[in-house]
Design a protein around this ligand. Structure first.
Ligand code: FAD
Length: 302
């Protein structure tokens, strides 16, 4: 491993590269062992070259945004985790459109839109992810989703080509996208918003944030909704009706405030969180015959 880490450093003098980086520092669950290598590219071209390097040397690699929908195993990740973050977070308003790099946080993007008197991103203000992670997941809340505002995306495709594609080709559905099925990296995006009153936009964002605080266990580390909404049901309601509010495995617990959230009550391991999710899905299947699918993405070795 030392060999290729050194080679990586030499090949990418511009990229920030760290070894044995604890993923508990980079995930909202605050759990997860170390990434063998943590790399932060500063351009799309650098990302393309990093991925090509990993492919050529048979090194596993994956992209990470703000880690707010991610469960990394306790044994960490045996390859290169590429962080699309602060080094790729520029943003510019162009009329009623916004262009931004994928590493910008949704909160910062929503505030930028608000400051420019642009409406349409209020739903996203309280989602703690990056723009790239939000496109990957087609993140949504309170009746809005990324699909409503996205017009174009700059991707790194599975063949290593950087290109812009129209949003329609992203196959955005409920918490899914072509980035998941086709292995696209997301680098930049263009969003179309509409003119609005900055004060009204600000008030709507504050109102939605207050609703989150009232209903969600934001005082504990989590990854938001743990499971996807099964057709015709609400995951949280099924979990509550199965009698699982407050149910724990080690430091992992089904939030009693909102059963759709698994929280880290303190000192939880990734294995405990995963085991709790497994047991919850099993109980809901037995009680109601409904299959719960994880919304949270798992990475690395458990
Ligand atoms: C308190 C809380 C509340 C939340 N509320 C909501 C909500 O209301 N609605 C909602 O939809 N989600 C919600 N989430 C979940 C999460 O914030 C979103 O899924 C978000 O879009 C994830 O973005 P991220 O940058 O953190 O992605 P990460 O967690 O870093 O990664 C998630 C997945 O996206 C991939 N990925 C990340 N960046 C890129 C990129 N640039 N290119 C390609 N792939 C990439 C990763 O490989 C991974 O598979 C919530 C989470 C928390 C903790």
């Amino acid at each position: 491993m030392e060999n290729w880490t050194e080679q990586l450093r030499q090949a990418f003098p511009g990229a920030e590269i760290r070894e044995q980086e604890p993923m508990s520092r980079h995930t909202s669950f605050q759990v997860g062992g170390p990434a063998a290598v943590w790399a932060e590219p500063g351009t799309g071209e650098e990302l393309a070259e990093l991925q090509a390097f990993c492919r050529q040397h048979n090194i596993p690699c994956a992209l990470v945004g703000r880690g707010s929908n991610l469960l990394v195993g306790d044994k960490g990740y045996p390859g290169v985790l590429i962080h699309i973050g602060e080094r790729l977070s520029r943003c510019q308003v162009e009329g009623t459109e916004i262009w931004a790099e994928a590493g910008i946080s949704l909160g910062a993007l929503a505030r930028k839109a608000c400051g420019a008197g642009l409406s349409g991103l209020e739903f996203a203000a309280g989602i703690p992810g990056s723009l790239g992670g939000a496109v990957f997941m087609n993140a949504g809340a309170y009746g809005g989703e990324m699909k409503d505002v996205l017009t174009e995306v700059r991707i790194l495709d599975a063949e290593g080509r950087l290109r812009w594609i129209p949003a329609e080709q992203m196959e955005l559905g409920y918490r899914t996208s072509a980035a998941q099925s086709r292995g696209y990296g997301i680098l930049e995006a263009r969003l179309r918003l509409r003119e609005g009153d900055p004060q009204a936009i600000q008030e709507r964002m504050a109102e939605l944030m207050a609703q989150r605080k009232a209903k969600q266990p934001l005082e504990y580390p989590s990854a938001g909704s743990t499971f996807k909404r099964p057709e015709g049901f609400f995951a949280g309601k099924l979990i509550q009706d199965a009698g699982l509010a407050g149910y724990s495995v080690g430091g992992a617990q089904v939030s009693a405030k909102h059963c759709g959230f698994v929280i880290n009550r303190g000192g939880a391991t990734a294995a405990e969180i995963r085991e709790l999710c497994r047991q919850v899905a099993e109980r809901v299947r037995e009680r109601f015959g409904v299959e719960l699918e994880l919304e949270v993405r798992c990475l690395g070795e458990f």
